[in-house]
Design a protein around this ligand. Structure first.
Ligand code: PLP
Length: 384
């Protein structure tokens, strides 16, 4: 039932989710089998032979992911970083360079710098929200990949996907967008000209902080085949239960993102007016430098809000003082989380050009009652 003329929420619920033809079970079963009977050598029933090369539950998820991004191919992995690793190794050869946004998930930087660096891949960092800076960097030297995260993690910078796709393509680069923060419910980078979308499905797609996963989504047939080969030959596949949990989470993605965006905006406006908050980073605020661009390329501003306190000590105290917001890594679940990037999610970029300000705290605003969330933040601010 992957009819691309259908609306987003219909696709989220039905793409790849046909009822079981033998029993009529409305919810497709979780296929745990690691291997599949053959009717004669090489004569496969549904194209499945072994769990690493293919699994029907994973196929259901991959079909759903492709439909949500308006793509031909979805390829799912054991984690977001496993997906990124497969994509990078499918595309890059020694001597190639990645032009990376200056504010991205620390693990992406670590993967390129420390895993691929020793294999001869180089890295340059540029502010992707500044098209002139990107054009200048590409004019100086072409790159094989332009790696964009928008909104970025954790400073919520907004980059012009269509503009970057144009610049990247003019110089022969593959344009990759990490769409984890927005999710396809709020932003569809392929429609704006990007070549590949990357997801940590651990976040909004799974949506319930109970599964780790990742995905590569693209309409480029040749690239998809290369990434699939890496998925098969490298083996970092998502397991059946993980794939199933992710498909279940995705069915409510649309309404969750609406509520995350409403709560994110309410929290951002509250913090924006608070005397102890030095700065609020949220693209839904009119004062955010990327507000107009976000409004034009997104369908909502999402649930991630970052803020600066007076200094690092105040930021740490605040992050340790909330009660409803749980102090934890990760984001995108129904429950609210607070994170201190400098020592948690972005510890791996301390001392690099991607270092996060020590006074910054990142909130993943959940879908609880916004009044309760604001009361919790108010109390934590009173405690610092
Ligand atoms: N991309 C972004 C924007 C992330 O925030 C993360 C993890 O926090 C990743 C990629 C990596 O995903 P995973 O933790 O599922 O490997």
């Amino acid at each position: 039932m992957t009819d691309s003329s259908r609306g987003f929420d219909t696709l989220a619920i039905h793409a790849g989710q046909e009822f079981d033809p033998t029993t009529g079970a409305v919810i497709p079963p979780i296929h745990l089998s690691s291997t599949y009977a053959q009717d004669g050598i090489g004569n496969l029933r549904g194209g499945y032979e072994y769990g690493r090369s293919g699994n029907p539950t994973r196929t259901a998820l991959e079909t759903q992911l492709a439909a949500l991004e308006g793509a031909a191919h979805g390829i799912s992995f054991a984690s977001g970083l496993a997906a990124e690793d497969a994509l990078l190794r499918a595309v890059l050869v020694p001597g190639d360079e990645v032009l990376l946004g200056s504010d991205v998930y620390g693990g992406t930087y670590r993967l390129i710098a420390r895993l691929l660096g020793p294999w001869g891949v180089t890295l340059r960092v540029v502010d992707m929200s500044d098209l002139d800076a990107v054009a200048a960097a590409l004019a100086e030297r072409p790159a094989r990949i332009l790696w964009v995260e928008t909104p970025s993690n954790p400073q919520l910078k907004i980059s012009d996907i269509a503009g970057l796709a144009r610049l990247g393509h003019e110089s022969g680069a593959l344009v990759v967008v990490d769409n984890t923060f927005a999710s396809p419910a709020l932003q569809q980078p392929l429609a704006l000209g990007a070549d590949v979308v990357v997801h940590s499905t651990t976040k909004y797609l799974g949506g319930h902080s109970d599964v780790v996963g990742g995905a590569i989504v693209t309409s480029d047939d040749a690239l998809a085949e290369q990434v699939r080969f890496l998925q098969f030959a490298g083996g970092a596949v998502s397991g059946p239960l993980d794939a199933w949990l992710t498909t279940r989470g995705i069915k409510t993605l649309g309404i969750r993102m609406q509520r995350h965006s409403e709560n994110g905006e309410a929290v951002a406006r509250f913090l924006d007016g608070h005397e102890k908050v030095a700065r609020v980073y949220y693209p839904g605020l009119e004062s955010h430098p990327g507000h107009a661009l976000a409004a034009s390329q997104m369908r909502g501003f999402g649930g991630i809000v970052s803020l600066d306190l007076a200094d690092g000590a105040a930021a740490r105290r605040f992050a340790e003082s909330t009660r409803l917001f749980t102090l934890a890594e990760s984001l995108g679940g129904v429950e609210s989380l607070v994170n201190y990037p400098d020592a948690m999610t972005h510890a791996s970029v301390r001392g690099t050009e991607l270092a996060v300000p020590v006074e910054l705290v990142r909130l993943s605003v959940g879908i609880e009652d916004s009044a309760d969330l604001i009361a919790d933040l108010d109390a934590a601010l009173a405690a610092i």
